[in-house]
Design a protein around this ligand. Sequence first.
Ligand SMILES: [Ca+2]
Length: 317
Amino acid sequence: MRPPFFPLLLAVMAMVPPAEVLWSAKAAEGTPLARGGSGNANAKSPAATEPGPHGHRLITVPGGEYTVGCRGHPTNPRRTVWLAAFWIADAETTNEQFAEFVAATGYKTDAERRGSAHIFRYGLPEWKWMDTPGACWRFPQGPDGPEAVKSLPQHPVTCISAADAEAYARWAGGRLPTQAEWETAARAGSAMNFPWGPDFDPKQANTWDGVTHGRSTKADGWEFTAPVRSFPPNAWGLYDVVGNVFEFVSDLPPGVEEKSDQPLTSARGGSWWCSARTCHAFNLLDNGTMAKHGSLPNQGFRMAFDPPAVSGGSKQG
Ligand SMILES: [Ca+2]
């Protein structure tokens, strides 16, 4: 039985210090947006990938009306949204890209300022992380693990908080996508639960191989994060919208209110850590909520950019 969504979050919040990591997600209990269909009326053809700032490859999403969510979903109800045109990165932001930001600014992440991040260890109960001194974006598996910049340069940056992701985005001249923007780009015109169809396919995304967190079989090739673009893209050319790392978005799910004593953030798409029993959010519908300054090894982000108001502007940075 999955834990209840917001009641659990509130109960946990009352017991933990502000810097503690919280995570709550709930799968859809209602009718999927569509099952077994062949796309929907949202289908549009965005422009080809273009070079953007700091190595980001950008996909143009045309402005217009889009349908997101599904009937009966507690935090992602089916609704029509209007979006202005925007650019979205084809891949999650990498350790190499984040290192460029840190080298240019001297930025210290939330985990570095605290001196620890919550990371995965075998043997932990489901849904549990271990607060580990020395863990941060540079050492996302802990200080005894690989150094991200040297060993994992093309893997998504992790153990960064949503606040850290926003700091990077401001420096890079962009922002995090909204819930609706993320889902529209991730759907790429599909009305189904996954970019490839109505049912989960473990060969299409980096998730946890198994129902629980017993030893990973690496059936999809990866125990933890995978280099970005390791799995097939969606119809618009976005990679890893499902699996690899949860991607922070800029707004909370519908119906989830900000807490003055505990800033919250939300993320989409599921991650390498997501097993069938843990989080279960590796799809196009579910949206989890966690502490805005929390740092986990399965949390990353994808950049969005606003087109210049006057055509002819350069995206090179
Ligand atoms: Ca995997």
